[in-house]
Write a protein that binds this ligand. Structure first.
Ligand code: ZN
Length: 312
């Protein structure tokens, strides 16, 4: 299967409060299928929601599926809007997307989203419309109806989109680089990938330092920071999230912002450039994250990143 570079190239329409992010990740060989006649009323029998997490209740409306439940100590509501669904995405894939939501979003919400009132009432629309592959604004996530038709296991593009829901008060002009919005969403995609990368790791690669040679570009740098320097008392990525979310630092003052992020960790007092050099020299920065079949990637075999981070 083709390995894609970080397959999200997002455009931010409005950076403050209502960030709208368009994630365009169309492989060169994809052309959108012609429209089929509009979808009829949903047939509940086509959907097998029998294996949802305990307590998640599913209700069918004419063109929507509504799920409510509690996870990680919070109540959530997921509305799957199928009013523009033309059945390129299969019912089985839609069930899978809802499982991914209930597994990934509550974990991410508990760690990050309680700080800025991120949404717990989320709309996921599967739409055969001519706009982007995936996008989000406010509490709304869109996935193009043909995306999974052409990329049948790329479910974790939604982990990335759900992570964007947590960033609803990030201001790109108050980040060192506004690219950090995407770096954070991809950090989440890697760490929270459904069932420890069951689908993700064959189709999406955490780039090595050779192909993401600066902190502006690097997703792996965040994973490394977290893996080596987060402790039960000090969560490096929560600190990073708070600084990004707080809007306190102008982009030119980010040397101080990094100091704030490192404070209370083993990196306290070190400059961002010296920390980056440490990362660059590490074996972690150079180890492949690509999985083949059921075999885990070299990175995951050597560094148990996801378990360390999720269980800390
Ligand atoms: Zn994105």
């Amino acid at each position: 299967m083709q390995i894609k570079k970080n397959n999200c190239l997002c455009r931010i329409i409005s950076a403050v409060l209502a960030i709208m992010i368009l994630c365009t990740a169309i492989p060169m060989n994809v052309s959108y299928a012609a429209k089929k006649p509009a979808a009829a009323t949903i047939n509940p029998k086509a959907f097998n929601f029998g294996s949802m997490p305990a307590g998640v209740k599913t209700t069918f409306k004419k063109t929507k599926i509504i799920q409510t439940g509690r996870a990680k100590g919070y109540s959530f509501r997921l509305t799957i809007d199928l009013s523009k669904w033309e059945k390129y995405t299969t019912p089985k894939q839609i069930v899978m997307m809802s499982k991914l939501f209930w597994q990934t979003y509550p974990q991410m919400y508990k760690r990050f989203g309680t700080r800025n009132n991120s949404p717990r009432n989320v709309i996921l629309a599967v739409e055969n419309e001519g706009y982007e592959v995936a996008e989000m604004y406010d509490n709304f996530v869109h996935i193009h109806d043909t995306w999974l038709f052409y990329n049948p296991t790329d479910y974790d593009c939604l982990t990335h989109e759900f992570a964007h829901l947590l960033q609803n008060s990030w201001d790109g002009t108050k980040l060192e680089y506004d690219d950090y919005i995407e770096r954070f969403a991809d950090y989440c995609r890697f760490v929270y990938a459904y069932n420890d990368g069951k689908y993700n790791d064959e189709v999406w690669e955490l780039q090595k330092v050779s192909t993401e040679p600066t902190r502006r570009e690097s997703v792996r740098f965040l994973v490394w920071l977290d893996y080596y320097y987060s402790t039960p008392k000090k969560d490096m990525i929560v600190s990073y999230f708070k600084v990004c979310d707080g809007g306190k630092y102008k982009s030119k003052n980010w040397k101080a912002a990094w100091q704030k992020i490192f404070k209370g960790s083993a990196l306290e007092g070190q400059s961002i450039s010296s920390v980056w050099k440490k990362y660059k020299k590490s074996g972690f920065a150079k180890t492949s994250s690509v999985a083949h079949g059921k075999e885990k990637s070299a990175l995951i075999r050597k560094y148990n990143v996801r378990n360390k981070i999720k269980n800390s």
